[in-house]
Design a protein around this ligand. Structure first.
Ligand code: NAD
Length: 443
């Protein structure tokens, strides 16, 4: 099959590489010329496990092509994916500019029937809006063919995007009666080797499914963080509580890790967008409000612990900061808790030396003008000249620490752990102060 994909970000590019890998021919279109030039050379603009290898293999096989030319993209295939960003607007609503710009581009350029598949996370009613927009433009152009629009939200996780695309748990198809079911089955057949992964529903339900899934996951994180904050005050250990409740099969262990809040390009903006949609239909979504509020507060938790330890006297201190990405195995720093901690530390007059296995280029770009922020080549190098260590992202490599090096390197011998990576008894036994989340602090 021939497929066009607008948007070569985490979703569009991964989807393109996976569709090409199973034998489809895919043309990717992006407005970012430097990104397209990079992709044409087989270089992935994002870090995602296995993505660059797939990209190079399928480029060489002639199954993947890249262009900035929208006409070329529209002409290439009858199936056109929209996978552009839907960031938060000032008022919290999803900014649909990019999605509608692709829709308008298709409407202005199509010369034959098309199936438009919207993968961008979009408010309920978007598929219908795209359809109305395109059909109106086609009527104005005097065209006598139809364009079908379906919603096909994406559920991949950054860090395991290729794996998630190749082996999806489910593929949601939201169609309002006009979908060519056999065409969709054929498109996705290679991804459901053992059983069909497709779940068909109407477009509004499909759009809400995506927001509901992200809200549920965010709610689990805010819930455990709420209990962690209580744990701390009531003298309990959240890690024991986590194990205790996770063993209940109705609850499970996934997504109940306490920490310094969730970030990323999806949860924060999607919950805000759903809250905005709720407001538009006059509904007060109290649980979603609380999920957001708890998370906003939790992102300040690390800095609060630091301030508490130093009783507000932070100026002149130097902190080693391990972890910049919003989660491990990605270079994405959008809404990352590290940014809240880092910015608060710099604003308090401290120096920060940061290390992250993948996100340092992104951090250098975001903080190009920041004074008193430096970057180290390794987690050990970040400790040089530091008073204390702050751990923000749970990279596997941060779980093993050399206590004698920490004792020697950290002038104030204290660790602020935002992900509960270390054992408090062991850390304190090694002669270091230790603050974590939802457990007693010791020094
Ligand atoms: P991204 O910001 O990484 O990439 C978006 C790309 O679209 C950029 O390269 C941009 O240049 C391009 N673009 C913008 N306007 C364009 C246009 N008119 N024509 C062609 N290209 C254009 O975004 P992403 O993280 O891949 O997310 C895309 C969508 O998928 C969003 O709605 C997001 O919420 C959703 N989503 C993301 C993830 C994730 O983990 N990142 C997971 C599931 C769903």
């Amino acid at each position: 099959m021939k497929i066009s994909i607008f948007g070569t970000g985490y979703v569009g590019l991964t989807q393109a590489a996976c569709l090409a890998e199973v034998g489809h021919r895919v043309c990717c279109i992006d407005t970012d010329a430097s990104r397209i030039a990079q992709l044409e050379r087989g270089v992935s603009p994002i870090f995602e496990n296995g993505l660059e290898a797939l990209l190079q293999k399928n480029l060489a096989a002639g199954r993947l092509s890249f262009t900035t030319n929208a006409q070329q993209g529209v002409d290439f295939a009858r199936i056109i994916f929209i996978a552009v960003g839907t960031p938060a607007s000032e008022d919290g609503s999803a900014d649909m500019r990019f999605v509608f710009s692709v829709a308008d581009s298709i409407a202005a350029r199509a010369h034959e029937q098309k199936l438009v598949i919207n993968k961008s996370t979009s408010p309920v009613g978007t598929a219908q809006r795209i359809r109305d927009r395109i059909l109106e433009a086609l009527v104005q152009r005097g065209c006598n063919f139809a364009v079908q629009v379906i919603s096909n939200p994406e559920f991949l996780k950054e860090g395991s995007a290729v794996e998630d695309c190749m082996r999806p748990e489910r593929i949601i198809i939201g169609s309002d009666g006009e979908c060519d079911v056999e065409l969709i089955r054929a498109l996705y057949k290679p991804f459901g080797r053992h059983h069909e992964k497709l779940i068909f529903m109407d477009s509004r339900s499909a759009e809400l499914t995506k927001y509901a899934a992200n809200s549920m996951l965010a709610a689990k994180i805010s819930f455990i963080n709420e209990i962690a904050n209580l744990s701390e005050r009531l003298g309990a250990d959240i890690e024991m509580v986590r194990k205790g409740i996770g063993s209940d099969s109705r609850i499970g262990y996934d997504f109940i890790y306490p920490g310094c809040g969730y970030g990323g390009s999806c949860f924060p903006k999607d919950i805000q967008a759903l809250l905005h949609s709720a407001g538009q239909v006059g509904y007060s979504a109290q649980l979603l409000e609380a999920v957001e509020d708890v998370n906003r507060r939790q992102k300040h938790k690390l800095f609060e612990n630091i301030q508490r330890h130093y009783q507000g006297h932070l100026a002149g201190k130097t902190f080693a900061l391990w972890g910049l990405a919003f989660k491990p195995n990605t270079d994405d720093m959008r809404e990352a808790p590290s940014r809240v901690a880092l910015e608060a530390l710099l604003a308090a007059g401290t120096r920060v030396c940061a290390y992250d296995p993948e996100a340092m280029d992104e951090a250098r770009r975001i903080y190009a003008d920041a004074q008193h922020l430096t970057f180290a080549d390794s987690k050990e190098a970040a400790l040089e000249g530091a008073h204390a260590l702050v751990i923000v992202t749970e990279w596997l490599n941060f779980r093993i620490v050399d206590f004698s090096l920490l004792r020697q390197a950290l002038a104030d011998r204290v660790i602020f752990d935002g992900r509960n990576l270390l054992d408090p008894v062991q850390v304190v036994g090694e002669g270091l102060g230790y603050y974590s989340i939802g457990r007693a602090s010791g020094s």
